[in-house]
Design a protein around this ligand. Structure first.
Ligand SMILES: Cc1cc2nc3c(=O)[nH]c(=O)nc-3n(C[C@H](O)[C@H](O)[C@H](O)COP(=O)(O)OP(=O)(O)OC[C@H]3O[C@@H](n4cnc5c(N)ncnc54)[C@H](O)[C@@H]3O)c2cc1C
Length: 709
């Protein structure tokens, strides 16, 4: 234990561092491979708010029921466009801009929020103190939960075209002496284990689960998306471009200094500095979004309460150009832990992870220093290069492109918002990259918030709906900072089993020797090593922690449920590892492939829902729900799509998967919110159309925080 690294539990706290949907799926080219096409063909969700009632033969009958009523709001509230251009700022005597939505930060959180807001036709301003999008590829594991959000606005295919994935690139995490050298162990990762596999070719062939809770093929059945490796340097430009092309003004080199809220009007005045000219000016906004990362000025000024656990030290990212393609054929994977217990090590590079950035010629060498290492340490380029060479293990030429430090935090804000100021991303949850939950959670924060802002802004929901953002997302933040740090702590067992924690080379060599010894001690050590490696499946196959979020609070209607939500099946035993599909209110809408009676391209339930509208799924015998939805939609001015799934219905439940997961009878109903979380469900149809209408009206009004008449 003597050599316990600085990122140990005892390391000091370093907090300071540490509808329309009119832009319906049909109009937005969600499957377009070309971003530009998806941008150009997109129309705003609120241009019209049609309710589409699908008849039993699958024909659509779209009616623009509420355009007239919502246009009054549009006029009253304006469309959110910044009223003065930034060009005029330079010369203006009165440099105050007005907007309705000011997003501070253009990282995964801020840029995703701007994308989602703009998909509702809401325009605003996004600022970033950085000179451009991410200059180092920090986040890379992009999970299905985040991709489903981006799929809603048609960006998943654009990102897929840029990403590395599957068997080819993400199949393993390895532990080795060097990239060229001996391997200690490997584990299947990111949905590529034969037991839980994603098979790109079979994606649309549909895997057939043999039990109610499939474990084999679980990734494939979990989502219409698949996990991918997409460096942050590639993700951010796609998001910023989409937001900008759709009307969100984006300004880099622009820093938020402070802000004030006017207690009479509720408007927020942000004090901004243009980093290039040094000029300071003000932006007056209705909403302020703090997506300004782990050192968030917004969180600091709001003084949001933070739950802070001891930090676990520092790590150093060394971005390297080195063509290792000659090594990868039998070492495929995007994460390679390198440990050399039999050798001396510099303090700044006790061990490390060699992470694929671009297959196979760009890599991030993530170095973990020893406990004794001073955080201010500043090794020379040659010293870094030597460590990189040690980790590569042969004479492959290597060039250092960038070096940066980061800190291992375990911090979550207890509240995510105050008044009309909403914080998200690393600003409110700060944790290490284990499980790859950072940027993914940022995107989901934004997706949760955007529809609520849009509905409130258009007068379709009461402002109280916005309080559900913090209620729903804060527990997720707490969960992921804990999981990410647990993931890190679990590696401790691997280091211990390999002898990395012993003080000196000789005792480390002894431990290594023990690992091969035909003795009880040797056997014990091998077992401990195997157990430690196997346990990392919670990091590398943690589908449950990625997909199992269950929301509660005013944004869901669970009053009709007989019992509180509880996991069952494998997810009850291990909710980090296994995802359980459920339609219990507050759960993610289960993905199921459907088709028409005369088969065409399979359609996911995920794609039928979302796109800014509520969606009601029913089945044979559920006609009253359809009519009720139509009336309630008109009455409340809220878009409600209706889909019927069943034998010879609009959608065939081709493999009876919906039957397995829908959790209600054929005639029942599952109401899904615009963010594709279940808002409410009814076990069966009610006795009359009026009863269904009354129930649905009560439920929708409750979710939206509206008073019922
Ligand atoms: C080594 C490493 C690997 C990682 N791997 C993964 C992974 O595989 N998967 C994953 O999901 N996550 C991963 N992450 C985490 C991920 O990088 C972060 O969670 C994510 O970048 C946070 O996004 P954000 O938008 O909240 O903040 P940031 O990306 O930090 O962006 C903050 C934004 O705010 C701006 N800003 C800051 N202050 C101001 C101000 N005062 N005024 C104006 N603008 C301001 C910045 O310029 C920037 O645009 C990793 C992180 C690291 C370090």
């Amino acid at each position: 234990m003597a050599n316990l690294p600085s990122h140990s539990l005892v390391a000091p706290l370093r907090t300071s561092l540490a509808w329309s949907l009119a832009r319906s799926s049909h109009l937005l080219s969600r499957h377009s491979k070309v971003l530009c096409r998806s941008i150009c063909t997109s129309q705003r969700r609120f241009d019209k708010t049609p309710t589409t009632i699908h008849s039993r033969n699958g024909a659509s009958n779209t009616r623009n029921l509420i355009a007239a009523s919502s246009s009054a709001h549009v006029n009253k509230l304006s469309n959110g466009t910044a009223r003065r251009t930034f060009a005029s700022v330079q010369t203006s005597q009165e440099p105050t801009l007005e907007t309705e939505f000011l997003v501070v930060g253009a990282g995964p959180a801020g840029a995703a929020l701007a994308c989602f807001l703009t998909s509702y036709g809401l325009k605003g301003v996004m600022i970033s103190t950085a000179p451009g999008t991410a200059n180092t590829p920090r986040a890379h594991i992009t999970n299905m939960a985040a991709l489903e959000c981006l799929r809603d606005i048609g960006l998943d295919k654009d990102l897929e075209a840029l990403a590395s994935k599957g068997d080819e690139h993400m199949i393993h995490t390895r532990w080795c002496h060097s990239m060229a050298g001996e391997e200690y162990a490997r584990i299947h990762s990111w949905g590529n284990g034969p037991d839980r596999k994603v098979n790109e070719d079979a994606r649309l062939q549909i895997f057939r689960p043999s039990t109610d809770f499939p474990i084999q093929g679980e990734y494939e059945t979990a989502s219409p998306c698949g996990p991918m490796d997409l460096p942050q340097t590639q993700l951010e430009p796609v998001l910023v471009r989409y937001a900008t092309m759709n009307g969100f003004k984006t300004r880099f080199d622009t820093t938020l200094l402070s802000f004030e809220t006017d207690s009479d009007t509720g408007l927020i005045t942000a004090n901004i500095r243009d980093n290039l000219s040094g000029q300071e000016y003000q932006v007056r906004t209705k909403y302020l979004f703090g997506a300004d990362g782990a050192r968030s000025q917004v969180v600091k000024q709001l003084d949001l309460p933070l739950s802070v656990k001891p930090g676990q030290g520092m790590a150093i990212n060394v971005l390297v150009k080195a063509d290792l393609s000659h090594l990868v054929e039998h070492r495929r994977g995007n994460l390679h832990w390198v440990m050399q217990p039999d050798k001396e090590h510099p303090d700044f590079g006790w061990m490390g992870i060699v992470r694929m950035v671009k297959p196979w010629n760009e890599w991030m060498f993530i170095l973990f220093p020893t406990r004794e290492c001073d955080f201010q340490i500043s090794p020379s380029k040659e010293e870094y290069l030597q460590r990189v060479r040690d980790f590569i293990g042969d004479d492959t030429p290597a060039e250092i492109l960038d070096v940066s430090k980061w800190f291992i935090n375990e911090i979550v804000a207890e509240e995510y918002s105050q008044g009309n100021i909403y914080c998200m991303g690393d600003a409110v949850h700060r944790h290490p990259p284990f499980n790859g939950l950072g940027s993914n959670t940022c995107i989901q924060d934004a997706f949760n918030l955007a529809w609520k802002v849009a509905y409130v802004h258009r007068g379709l929901a009461d402002p109280s709906l916005l309080s559900s953002y913090s209620t729903e997302r804060q527990p997720v933040g707490r969960q992921i900072i804990t999981r990410a740090n647990d993931g890190f702590r679990e590696h401790f067992n691997v280091w211990q089993a390999l002898g990395m924690l012993s003080e000196d080379v000789e005792s480390r060599k002894q431990v290594l020797a023990e690992l091969t010894a035909p003795t009880p001690t040797g056997r014990e050590r091998r077992q401990a090593f195997q157990a430690a490696i196997s346990n990392t499946c919670h990091e590398f196959h943690g589908l449950g922690v990625e997909m199992n979020q269950v929301y509660s609070g005013p944004g869901v209607y669970s009053a009709d449920e007989a019992v509180p939500f509880k996991h069952s099946g494998p997810a009850a035993e291990d909710p980090v590892l296994y995802y359980e599909k459920s339609t219990y209110p507050g759960c993610r809408l289960p993905h199921v492939w459907l088709n028409t009676t005369t088969p065409t391209e399979p359609k996911s339930t995920i794609d039928l829902a979302g796109h800014g509208a509520f969606t009601l799924f029913t089945g044979i015998g559920g006609e009253h729900w359809r009519e009720a939805a139509k009336k309630v939609s008109a009455e409340l001015g809220v878009p409600v799509e209706v889909h019927s799934i069943g034998f010879r219905e609009e959608w065939e439940d081709v493999y009876f998967d919906w039957e397995r997961v829908r959790g209600v009878e054929e005639s029942g109903a599952v109401l899904v919110r615009p963010d594709r979380y279940v808002g409410w469900r009814a076990p069966t149809v009610l006795e009359s159309e009026e009863a269904c209408e009354s129930k649905l009206s009560t439920v929708l009004a409750s979710i939206l925080g509206r008073k019922t008449s």
